[in-house]
Design a protein around this ligand. Structure first.
Ligand SMILES: NC(=O)c1ccc[n+]([C@@H]2O[C@H](COP(=O)([O-])OP(=O)(O)OC[C@H]3O[C@@H](n4cnc5c(N)ncnc54)[C@H](OP(=O)(O)O)[C@@H]3O)[C@@H](O)[C@H]2O)c1
Length: 310
């Protein structure tokens, strides 16, 4: 039988790293076949090498890839084609966002947001499907392959000041839910995970280093990445198509279904940022998705927004 593997993108940091740690603990508990390899994908692969050493788990295979690069995606496709594994679990966690007004965004920031959050997620899923479906006669509903896509509660509603990110996460939710039904005949479970703010490096990156902590209402509802990941794995095991994590995000989800979007948007409009962090970062020549950034930007000049989820 072909080796059974898990693939986790965004494994170098935050939620993806927490998934890597959690899945590494599961020697056979996830489904019935233990993962023989865990492909951990990110650009800053040295951080994955560190995690691997820390966990002492030889099954972790660091894969250096920029998921928005066609070349790197081809490298993953070639690797799958030559090794022909059974992909038992795919976790699409790589993601980014840039806070600020669209009109002031560097266009590359918009492009990167869509490429990393939407295009690469859909592409990698499509790439993996043949390696998930191929051995379907071996599965029961309990041990069948899983796909976990990290969306966000930001995807429930349009979000002025974080427009492309919210729209990209709406794509992830819609794509995942449709795929859940498409793949139900093969017993493959697709779960869209929708957290609100989570304690990771995300906020710092999204604000070009201006803010590393959540502010306003959101600082009271920040989730712990490890707890989120445990809940996501549980939801996936139970065959759930969506996990909205935390009471406040569940309430937001219900509101987004009940109240007209235009009402909610008129409230959001009053909370829009006065200027764009992204614009300032571009002026300073920063690559907004390059990873951890130094805290050198002028926070006095850059009034940062406090609205919306992540
Ligand atoms: N933190 C939150 O408040 C929050 C809330 C809801 C949803 N989410 C979602 O959760 C996911 C994980 O974010 P996080 O909070 O853990 O943030 P994070 O700590 O900044 O981690 C982001 C991960 O994505 C990877 N990544 C970004 N661009 C990439 C690219 N072009 N190619 C390959 N990997 C890339 C990063 O790896 P490298 O930089 O090493 O490539 C990193 O491992 C994202 O999809 C995010 O939208 C986060």
């Amino acid at each position: 039988m072909n080796k059974n593997i898990a693939i986790i993108t965004g494994a170098s940091s935050g939620i993806g790293r927490a998934f890597l740690e959690e899945i590494s603990k599961e020697h056979g508990a996830y489904g019935c076949v233990p993962f023989e390899e865990i492909w951990a994908v990110a650009r800053h692969v040295e951080k994955i090498v560190e995690t691997k050493a820390l966990l002492g788990d030889e099954r972790i295979v660091p894969v250096k890839a920029d998921v928005s690069s066609g070349e790197d995606m081809n490298m993953i496709a070639d690797r799958l084609a030559s090794e022909k594994p059974q992909v038992g679990l795919l976790i699409n966690c790589a993601g980014m966002g840039v806070k600020g007004l669209v009109g002031e965004h560097p266009s590359k920031a918009l492009e990167d947001t869509i490429n990393v959050n939407c295009t690469s997620l859909a592409k990698l899923t499509r790439l993996c499907l043949p390696y998930m479906i191929s051995q379907k006669t071996l599965w029961t509903a309990d041990n069948s392959p899983r796909i976990i896509n990290i969306a966000s509660s930001a995807g429930f509603l349009p979000q002025p000041g974080f427009a492309a990110y919210a729209a990209s996460k709406a794509f992830v939710i819609s794509f995942s839910r449709a795929l859940h039904y498409e793949l139900s005949a093969c017993n493959i479970v697709v779960t869209a995970v929708c957290p609100g703010p989570v304690r990771t490096d995300f906020q710092r990156r999204a604000t070009g280093g201006v803010q590393s902590e959540f502010t306003g209402f959101r600082k009271h509802v920040v989730a712990d990445p490890v707890k989120l990941v445990k809940a996501a794995i549980k939801a996936s095991r139970k065959g759930k198509q969506i996990l909205v994590y935390g009471f406040s995000q569940k309430a937001l989800h219900v509101c987004s279904k009940i109240f007209p979007t235009s009402w909610i948007l008129s409230i959001e409009k009053n909370m829009m940022p006065a200027s764009s962090v992204a614009f300032k970062a571009e002026e300073e020549g920063k690559d907004l998705n390059a990873g951890p950034v130094p805290e050198t930007m002028n926070t006095e000049e850059t009034k940062q927004d406090e609205n919306g989820g992540n």
